[in-house]
Design a protein around this ligand. Structure first.
Ligand code: AP5
Ligand code: ZN
Length: 215
């Protein structure tokens, strides 16, 4: 099945996707991670995306949709996927629906991880990300066992360029303007399940798994 994790920047989409994708047997598809991977490898897509990402703006729909289409056509997504960071605009949501319908799939559940804007700043400014695979930590809320090193693969942790205060504010504004319409869009389709994202990480995981099994 296809599950879309919705929520503002810093809501915990990446954290939770990492914890539940294996349990659900779904490939974790993070649009942000794919863009960052392309950036690291200096691909054409990465170079195009970089300008927008560093400003805290969305990468244009055509580029983003094309990229996700490529990814979802791979074998590991044939039975479903856990989407994190996509769709983020009504045009992306429409494109996803069309894409999935060509192989008789559809979006079955959309957990919406809600966290009020004022909490997001502290989450993002204290976030540390793993260089090798993008695992995320928080200096207060989810510190790594060894300072500066990823628990999973030992790689170095860094702070994302777009986690600077000014860029974070921009990203939250962009989310409110361009992505929040998707809450109603999926509510109308009867697939939205709101989850309180202010709870501790393990409690959010439990609620998400419950919501997805029902959905
Ligand atoms: P992307 O990488 O998708 O960033 P985002 O949506 O802003 O999401 P984040 O990764 O910042 O947050 P998250 O919800 O995953 O939170 P996390 O688990 O890390 O996108 C980056 C950029 O790429 C965009 O700005 C855009 O330019 C481009 N892009 C990507 N997708 C696009 C698209 N579809 N269209 C166009 N452009 C696109 O958690 C945050 C922190 O909080 C961590 O430190 C974590 O440890 C901590 N934390 C998590 N849960 C809890 C909890 N319950 N309690 C306390 N702390 C917690
Ligand atoms: Zn790691």
């Amino acid at each position: 099945s296809y599950v879309v994790l919705l929520g503002p920047p810093g809501a915990g989409k990446g954290t939770q996707a990492e914890l539940i994708s294996e349990k659900l047997g779904l490939a974790h598809i993070s649009s942000g991670d794919i863009f960052r991977e392309n950036l690291k490898n200096q691909t054409e897509l990465g170079q195009k995306a970089q300008v927008f990402m560093n400003r805290g703006e969305l990468v244009p729909d055509d580029l983003t949709i094309e990229m996700i289409k490529d990814r979802l056509q791979r074998d590991d997504c044939k039975a479903g996927a856990l989407l994190d960071g996509f769709p983020r605009t009504p045009a992306q949501a429409e494109a996803l629906g069309k894409m999935l319908s060509t192989w008789n799939g559809k979006v079955e559940c959309v957990p919406y991880i809600s966290v009020p804007p004022e909490e997001l700043i502290g989450r993002l400014s204290g976030r540390w990300t793993c260089k090798a695979q993008g695992h995320v930590y928080h200096e207060k809320f989810n510190p790594p066992k060894v300072a500066g090193k990823c628990d999973v693969d030992g790689s170095e942790l860094y702070q994302r360029e777009d986690d600077q205060a000014a860029t974070v504010e921009r990203r939250i504004r962009v989310y409110l303007e361009q992505t929040t319409p998707l809450i109603d869009y999926y509510r109308k389709q009867g697939v939205l399940a709101e989850v309180d994202g202010t709870l501790p990480i393990d409690q959010v995981t439990t609620l998400l798994l419950k919501a997805i099994k029902k959905g």
